[in-house]
Design a protein around this ligand. Structure first.
Ligand code: MLT
Ligand code: ZN
Length: 484
């Protein structure tokens, strides 16, 4: 089938509203969030439901036309945009945006792929439940993409990754068949666990169109603090103190560098460091803005009423201040203060983008080795490129650090980005020495397939290739992503 005939057939399925071909309309779908790659596409297809989407995939398979599924297009590794060849069709999930059901007794939510994570959280909250997954991009990121990439985020320390929240899936397979696996069972031990095959497959094995997700009861008490600490070692020591008190209460434990917080204060309008609250019984008052400090954001939460979380937070921080483990701390007194503290953390990527070119390393090491990783990786990068600015931040509680490197202030951004492999390889050497992973939560996308043979070669990569061949023998699903 010629390209025009295929698009005519697709238009007959999705209607004129479901097919964008004007370059002005498709432009936003062809560039990744980080603006590392500019692709081209003949069309963006926007089906209204699973049946339409399945029919589109069947037509594409018959024409052997490559498909790039796309949700909110927030990938950090360019996993959802077409290449520059001009033949890959973008399949947008945005119109599959219904919350099909929420069951507060089963604690489950059945939801379509195009619902944004933020809207899904709000729908769960409306039933007094919590969807315990939170990422910086949640305002735009959609459930389908979040699952296809097995997103991690801020609550992994307590609830695990996206993978751990999935009970059931609906998937359109590469030949257009619909697999309805929307079961909401806590136990279902019936052969290969297909849903986990699609979670984290980044659209290379099929298109996730809906899911059943686990919910938890909504927290009744939440306490958040921002702490200044002198070193990554002090940040880890503070984490172990909270763990010793009540590991089940830790909802997030996030790490930031002074330089990264500085970027947020400089580039994000309205962002401020919180002031110490008058009357707060923390013994050694001092400014949060300690030069050279690192920061920790700790969030405690519980569904139990009157659990005394705030008192526990104060007790741990008081002692840590007395022991000079924490230099200063502020506890949020209101929802607005809580949001302001979180903003300092969540705007990190945006602020780094505005500061100039940056190279990201989304890596993980055992939690106990995070401080050593930060020190060794910083030294190695500074030796590689004098003037490079390390701005590590991320999910200390689960060992996932975004070891992001900002260009030297006087460097040409394009020149700096051209050094990305040398920089990533330098960081990854340290990661490997500490038994870590080169991709903790962002996935592989188009940025990292070249690393796969080195890190996951042999039987592991060979098995992945066989799975790909078995499910997508025509190779039409998100070509060029994940597998080298
Ligand atoms: C985050 O945790 O904010 C993200 O994963 C983003 C990033 O690495 O830039
Ligand atoms: Zn992250």
């Amino acid at each position: 089938m010629s390209g025009t005939k295929l698009l005519d057939a697709i238009r007959a399925v999705v209607g004129a509203r479901g097919l964008l071909t004007d370059p002005a309309d498709t432009a936003a779908y062809t560039q990744d969030w980080r603006r590392l790659y500019q692709g081209r596409t003949p069309a963006v297809i926007r089906p209204a439901d699973t049946a339409e989407l399945a029919e589109v995939v069947r037509l594409c398979a018959a024409a052997r036309a490559p498909i790039v599924p796309q949700g909110g297009n927030t990938s950090m590794v360019a996993g959802a945009t077409p290449d520059a060849d001009g033949s890959q069709l973008v399949l947008s999930l945005a119109r599959l945006n219904r919350v099909r059901a929420i069951d507060p007794v089963d604690l489950t939510m059945t939801i379509e792929a195009g619902v944004t994570l933020k809207a899904a959280q709000a729908a769960a909250a409306g039933e007094n439940c919590l969807l315990p997954l939170s990422i910086s991009a949640e305002g735009s990121a959609q459930i389908g993409g979040v699952l296809a990439t097995n997103a991690g985020g801020n609550n992994t320390v307590r609830y695990g990754n996206a993978r751990d929240l999935v009970l059931g899936l609906e998937v359109v397979l590469p030949d257009g068949q619909i697999w309805n696996g929307l079961r909401r069972l806590r136990k279902d031990n019936t052969g290969y666990c297909l849903r986990q095959l699609f979670v984290g497959s980044e659209g290379t094995l099929g298109v996730i169109t809906a899911a059943v997700l686990k919910l938890v009861p909504r927290p009744r008490e939440v306490a958040v603090a921002l702490c200044a600490v002198a070193s990554p070692e002090a940040a880890l020591a503070l984490f172990t103190r909270f763990q010793a008190h009540d590991p089940a209460a830790i909802q997030a434990f996030e790490f930031m560098s002074g330089i990264g917080v500085g970027f947020v204060l400089k580039h994000i309008p309205g962002a401020t460091l919180p002031l110490r609250q008058p009357g707060l019984p923390l013994s050694q008052p001092g400014p949060l803005a300690q030069p050279g400090a690192y920061y920790v954001l700790v969030e405690l939460a519980t569904p139990r009423p009157n659990a005394g979380l705030r008192a526990m937070l104060e007790e741990v921080l008081e002692q840590a201040l007395t022991d000079a483990l924490v230099l200063d701390a502020a506890i949020a007194e209101s929802e607005a203060q809580r949001a302001a503290i979180w903003r300092l953390r969540e705007e990190h990527s945006e602020a780094q983008k505005r500061e100039g070119a940056s190279v990201k390393n989304d890596v993980s090491v055992p939690v106990s080795r995070v401080p050593e990783f930060i020190r060794r990786a910083t030294a190695a990068c500074e030796a590689l490129m004098p003037g490079i600015r390390a701005a590590p931040f991320g999910h200390l509680g689960d060992g996932n650090i975004h070891f992001n490197l900002e260009q030297p202030t006087d460097a040409d951004p394009a020149w700096f980005l051209a050094q990305d492999h040398a920089i990533m390889d330098t960081v990854n050497k340290v990661v490997r020495a500490l038994d870590g992973s080169f991709s903790a939560e962002h996935g592989i996308g188009r940025l990292k397939p070249y690393m796969m043979p080195d890190w996951r070669g042999g039987a592991e990569l060979a098995t992945m290739r066989r799975i790909k061949q078995a499910l997508d023998p025509l190779g039409i699903m998100n070509p060029g992503k994940v597998l080298p």
